[in-house]
Design a protein around this ligand. Structure first.
Ligand SMILES: [Zn+2]
Length: 159
């Protein structure tokens, strides 16, 4: 059974690897949530992002962090709510293009979401979703009331 001894041919090993990937993703998600909680608390207390939290965020998000912080600085994040109680986020990208984000599933209508997050899986989230999470943690998200139809239209345009 020479073939079975190769790691790639062992179904148990494949399952284990699969389990590890899923387990890691859950762990990373928990660490990220914890980081945003700390950011929320520290920003409320001090009005700024501490160096420790910034370094930790940078470790997780790497090159996505600075552009996301720029979006927050430029007040590019708006939460759109409608009378029916639904809400979506709109982030105006650096080139002025508006993107629709759903934070619960980390969806964004931008190309980076499709290529880097979904396809290549080398990013946890795109800069727009990260900007929404940062903006919410800092309490600087703008709010806008829109109609039920408008939110429905935005959701129906999602891919
Ligand atoms: Zn995006």
């Amino acid at each position: 059974m020479a073939a079975a001894s190769k790691p790639g041919n062992d179904p148990m090993l494949i399952n284990n690897a699969d389990f590890c990937v899923k387990h890691n993703a859950q762990l990373i998600a928990a660490v990220i949530e914890q980081l945003f909680e700390e950011l929320k608390y520290s920003f409320k207390e001090t009005g700024k992002v501490s160096d420790d939290i910034l370094a930790a965020l940078n470790n997780v998000f790497d090159a996505t962090l600075v552009p996301a912080l720029d979006l927050v600085d430029n007040c590019s994040v708006t939460v759109l709510t409608c009378p029916a109680g639904r809400h979506v986020y709109q982030v105006i990208g650096s080139s002025g293009t508006p993107y629709t984000c759903l934070v619960s599933c980390q969806y964004c209508s931008c190309p980076a979401y499709r290529f880097s997050v979904l396809k290549k899986e080398d990013h946890v989230m795109c800069k727009h979703v990260l900007a929404v999470k940062l903006s919410n943690a800092m309490g600087v998200t703008k709010e806008l009331q829109v109609t039920d139809a408008e939110i429905g239209r935005m959701i129906s345009q999602m891919e």
